[in-house]
Design a protein around this ligand. Structure first.
Ligand SMILES: [Zn+2]
Length: 280
């Protein structure tokens, strides 16, 4: 009897030893995976805190606790720093008269700042992200990254036309939008309508792709339209070479800024997306 009860530890080890080893390996790999998950969560948490601190900076009362994320629009002032963009050729020719040389980068920034201020004044619950707020050079991809990292809902790039002939406003959207009413096209149409209400020399329409696409405009896209993750458009606010457009730009700068803000809000209202509803 005593013999039958004796535990054979060597057999116990042979049978359960590998099982214990397996359990140890499995628990270690689970723990490792958990660590990985929390690691990949890290940047998202960082983004949210960056986003909310930016919201606090731009509009302190804008984000009710019940709303997951404020409606976010990224405003992109084209060019900047040592990239002047288009210049007013007539002013260049008259350089000997010491006329102020008009640079596209300055007009773009002035309009972008005015659009930002229009949103802050009229729609303070909308969070505005800027790709630049001073005369600095920002890479095209960095502009997209700023909008993408902030998880912006819309992207509006502001430019003035560099062509030497012509006048009026045209808006460019990603050629993926061709043929249907995507958000790109909608936002471009609303913005065009509102700018037209203020008064522009010519309504040149919504265009797809890229102007300088070796004859085939639709074969390419403006970088900021292609590499932003959200609906986007690029507004050419009249021609730098047109006296009428320059006069319009100077006389109606703040009305144009209001118009762009109003256009976006009207579009969102029409789609039932504004005011942003609190989550239950
Ligand atoms: Zn430009």
């Amino acid at each position: 009897m005593a013999k039958r009860r004796r535990v054979r530890w060597d057999r116990v080890f042979v049978v359960f030893g590998p099982l214990l080893l397996l359990i140890l390996i499995l628990s270690f790999s689970c723990h490792h995976r958990e660590t990985d998950d929390s690691g990949s969560d890290q940047p998202i948490v960082t983004n949210q805190s960056v986003e909310s601190s930016m919201a606090a900076e731009t509009s302190p009362d804008a984000v009710p606790a019940a709303v997951q994320k404020p409606l976010t629009i990224c405003i992109d002032a084209g060019h900047g720093g040592n990239d002047s963009g288009a210049t007013d050729k007539s002013a260049e020719e008259n350089a000997d008269k010491k006329e102020h040389k008009r640079l596209e980068k300055d007009d773009n920034l002035n309009l972008a700042l005015a659009v930002r201020d229009a949103f802050h004044t009229k729609y303070p619950d909308v969070q505005i992200i800027m790709t630049r707020e001073t005369d600095v050079y920002v890479e095209l991809q960095e502009r997209c990254d700023i909008a993408n990292n902030a998880n912006a809902d819309f992207f509006i790039s502001l430019h003035r036309n560099s062509s030497t002939t012509g006048s009026g406003v045209e808006i460019w959207i990603n050629n993926d939008s061709m043929g249907d009413n995507t958000w790109d096209k909608l936002m471009a149409e609303y913005i065009m309508d509102w700018l037209d209400k203020v008064g522009i020399s010519e309504r040149r329409g919504i265009h797809y792709g890229f102007r300088e696409g070796d004859g085939n405009y639709e074969s390419n896209n403006y970088h900021v339209n292609r590499y932003t993750n959200m609906p986007s458009c690029l507004v050419e606010m009249g021609f730098m070479s047109s006296k009428a457009d320059n006069r319009n730009f100077d006389d109606h700068l703040y009305e144009y800024a209001d118009a762009i803000a109003d256009a976006m809000i009207e579009l969102l209202e029409d789609k039932g997306l504004y005011p942003v509803k609190a989550l239950q």
